[in-house]
Design a protein around this ligand. Structure first.
Ligand code: 6GU
Length: 225
């Protein structure tokens, strides 16, 4: 998979995409992530990428020209499955979206900034709009990092079998059961007896029940689905 991220603050994406599992996925050649500065396509002498809104009091708006040039250049090099716009005024990204996007070959992610973006970008260049939740961030960069992480970890070979994505919270509609490691007794705080029993059937039943009880207590909405 290849992901091209278009932003006016590329620095914000450096650290989150260059460590741990994402870095290993890149090293293994399972994913290529390219971060581009939209300013590189600005023809303005001050490299501006925004301008005043036509409506009064609406603040600054990201201009269409540099974004169109960037996307057109990328599209001339390969075919893209989606041009994704990260913005709070969109449908919320959920695990099902991550699953579907993890099967794609080439993705463009466009990070919103300032007060908004010229609507013609959304109407003519963007194919998918996503928000990561009902709160407002200063820009789409952290959201792009989150969406990239959620997608990349699902690519076959990125996670080891032990940490398989199939056992994640949400994949089966339930939160995960609690986990423990040694010592079995830490200053009187004990690991549940059943986990020390060596009886796989009992352990599986316990995990299933814990997953259900946690979901009922914390995210009852998931049980309605
Ligand atoms: Cl994708 N962008 C911004 N700026 N804020 C958000 C968001 C995205 N998702 C939730 N809040």
């Amino acid at each position: 998979m290849r992901i091209d991220i278009l932003t006016v603050v590329p620095e914000l994406l450096e650290s989150p995409l260059n460590h741990s599992i994402l870095q290993r996925a890149k090293d293994k050649g399972l994913v290529e992530i390219h971060v581009h500065n939209i300013r590189d396509w600005s023809e303005d002498k001050h490299k501006r990428v925004d301008d005043y809104a036509f409506s009064k009091g609406a603040g600054m708006v990201m201009s269409i020209a540099p974004i169109d040039k960037a996307i057109t250049e990328l599209k001339s090099q390969r075919e893209y499955d989606e041009v994704i716009f990260l913005t709070p005024d969109a449908r919320q990204f959920v695990q099902r979206d991550a699953n579907q996007l993890s099967l794609k070959k080439n993705l463009i992610m466009l990070c919103g900034h300032y007060k908004g973006i010229d609507q013609r970008v959304r109407d003519h260049l963007v194919t998918l709009e996503i928000s990561i939740g009902d709160y407002v961030l200063t820009g789409g960069e952290l959201a792009a990092a989150i969406v990239t992480d959620a997608i990349v970890r699902l690519i076959p070979g990125v996670l080891s079998d032990e940490t398989s994505a199939l056992t994640d919270s949400f994949q089966d509609g339930l939160l995960t059961p609690p986990v423990y490691t040694r010592p079995a007794d830490y200053n009187g705080w004990k690991v549940p007896e059943v986990l020390l029993s060596g009886n796989d059937k009992l352990v599986d039943d316990w995990k299933q029940e814990q997953a259900y009880q946690r979901t009922k207590a914390i995210r009852p909405d998931l049980l309605d689905k």
